[in-house]
Design a protein around this ligand. Structure first.
Ligand code: NAD
Ligand code: UGA
Length: 452
């Protein structure tokens, strides 16, 4: 099947970069990314320095493809109608109300996409799940589309995205694997081939894995769960290291040199952040409970519990260092993004640590090289407890445009390169990101000895 027009619904961290790369590598296909937020579309069409997503290498890709065969538009109806293939790359956050609140994935944005696809389609379409979804969502999508249309054939594929923020372009250029799940029927396999053909323009064939739809949907949740599990495992060992005098960097290295374990995702930290690990594991826990697999659910829930423990443990170290109270202390929060090389701060450990320190009486000076002050304030308003927010934020919270000097301590919460020089500071540095390779952690070890 020849694909001439692709529409991607959702111009966020996944939709923007993935479509930009497909457009770059497939110049004969027209790709239009649409979004319900017209401001976002305006920024994607605006200056390259202020695209809505900051990713190394993204601006160059957009510069080459935009206007040639890559377009950003708020005409959702027209672009659905025109496309033979539609990607859904909308957000799937944790539900905040109703059944499964706090655990299950909120599928309202996916449902809205599916309704739009049903409403505006006039010809057969391949509909692709790019968003991360609970296993068996494709079944519901097909049901809605078949119920709400007649005479149009929809083939649903699962093609989860594995890019990590900060390295998105590199990950898309050289993916470890591209996973495509499709129905085993003849039409299903035809749709799978059409998508394989697109990726084959730059991904070696042996890295394109085709499976049934359910394996593909579940493999995405399972991959994120396994990655997060490694971080919680190493973080749990960091607590034991501090009690025993073992060094967590040495431990990580020793473990990771076993080729069966491997060295990646063994960097101790203040806890993982980002929009996906926590919400995907919660979704997995919910699914396991739904299928009556309570032991399996508990096993995965523990990964989140250790992550919360690590964020609290780190904050408490700082509070203990100053004698249990931070009144009158100015603490510099260095880094707000959930990891380096991104402007994304969703679920960043910094948000939680900052709240705890603020609650203990500290005044905070927050600095991040990429996250702007309005986003920081927005995060504070949406994540911090409402009772804290009644206090006079302006007098005790400052957002700096550079690394501040006039503070009592630094807390490194994002592994930005800019913070590596801090080791020369005479002030205590609490290195939550294990960035200074033990140099500044002397403060923490001293603290452990005096307070344990
Ligand atoms: P995002 O919030 O950055 O972007 C989602 C976009 O979809 C928003 O711009 C929103 O306005 C738009 N949208 C929502 N509903 C819409 C609708 N009905 N019609 C049109 N536009 C609509 O989200 P994201 O980070 O790109 O994540 C998208 C999905 O990809 C999620 O399921 C996520 O779990 C998954 N994922 C994310 C990453 C990542 O690194 N961020 C990596 C892999 C997978
Ligand atoms: C993660 C996965 O790595 C991607 O494969 C996946 O596509 C994506 O989630 C998703 O589904 O959204 P991302 O969250 O962008 O990507 O970034 P990671 O590099 O995985 O880092 C996540 C968090 O873990 C960060 O806060 C990072 O600092 C922390 N981390 C990572 C550690 O604390 N230690 C490590 O060794 C590695």
């Amino acid at each position: 099947m020849e694909i001439k027009n692709i529409c991607c619904i959702g111009a966020g961290y996944v939709g923007g970069p993935t479509m930009a790369v497909i457009a770059l590598k497939c110049p004969s296909i027209n790709i239009t990314v649409v979004d319900a937020n017209p401001e976002k579309i305006k920024s994607w069409n605006g200056p390259l320095e202020s695209l809505p997503v900051y990713e190394p290498g993204l601006a160059e890709v957009v510069e080459e493809a935009r206007g040639r065969n890559l377009f950003f538009s708020d005409d959702i109806a027209g672009n659905i109608e025109k496309a033979e293939m539609i990607f859904m790359a909308v957000n799937t956050p944790t539900k905040t109300e109703g059944e499964g609140a706090g655990m299950a994935a909120d599928l309202r944005y996916i449902e809205a996409c599916v309704k739009d696809i049903a409403k505006y389609s006039k010809s057969d379409k391949i509909v692709i799940e790019k968003s991360t979804l609970p296993v068996r969502t494709a079944e519901k999508i097909k049901e809605i589309l078949d119920e709400e249309t007649s005479g149009i054939h929809f083939e649903i594929l699962s093609n989860p995205e594995f890019l990590a923020e900060g390295t998105a372009i590199q990950d898309l250029f050289k993916s470890d694997r591209v996973l495509i799940g499709g129905d085993e029927s003849k039409t299903g396999q035809k749709a799978v081939s059409a998508l394989v053909d697109i990726y084959s323009n730059w991904i070696p064939k042996d890295k394109i894995l085709t499976t049934n739809v359910w394996s593909s949907e579940l493999a995405k949740l399972a991959s994120n769960a396994m990655l997060a599990q490694r971080i919680s495992s190493i973080n749990s060992f960091s607590a034991l290291c501090e009690k025993t005098g073992a060094n967590i960097d040495e431990l990580s290295k020793a473990i990771g040199m076993d080729h069966r374990i491997g060295p990646h995702f063994l960097k101790a930290s203040v806890g993982f952040g980002g929009s996906c690990f926590q919400k995907d594991i919660l979704n997995l826990v919910y699914l396991c409970r739904y299928y009556g697999l309570n032991e399996v659910a508990e096993y995965w829930h523990q990964v989140i519990k250790i992550n919360d423990y690590q964020k609290n443990r780190f904050s408490q170290k700082i509070i203990n260092y100053f004698g249990g109270d931070l009144k009158g202390k100015r603490i510099s929060i260095l880094g707000w993004a959930f990891k380096a090389n991104t402007n994304d701060s969703r679920e960043s450990a910094a948000i939680y640590v900052a709240e705890k320190l603020f609650n203990a009486g500290a005044s905070l000076v927050i600095y991040d090289p990429q996250v702007n002050s309005s986003q920081i304030l927005n995060d504070i308003k949406s994540y911090w407890s409402k009772s804290i927010l009644k206090e006079d934020l302006e007098s005790s919270l400052k957002i700096a445009t550079n690394i501040p000097n006039d503070v009592d301590a630094f807390a490194i919460l994002t592994e930005w390169e800019d913070f590596k020089n801090l080791v020369i500071s005479k002030k205590p540095i609490f290195d939550g990101r294990n960035l200074l390779n033990g140099k500044a952690k002397m403060n923490i070890y001293k603290l452990d000895k005096s307070y344990s």
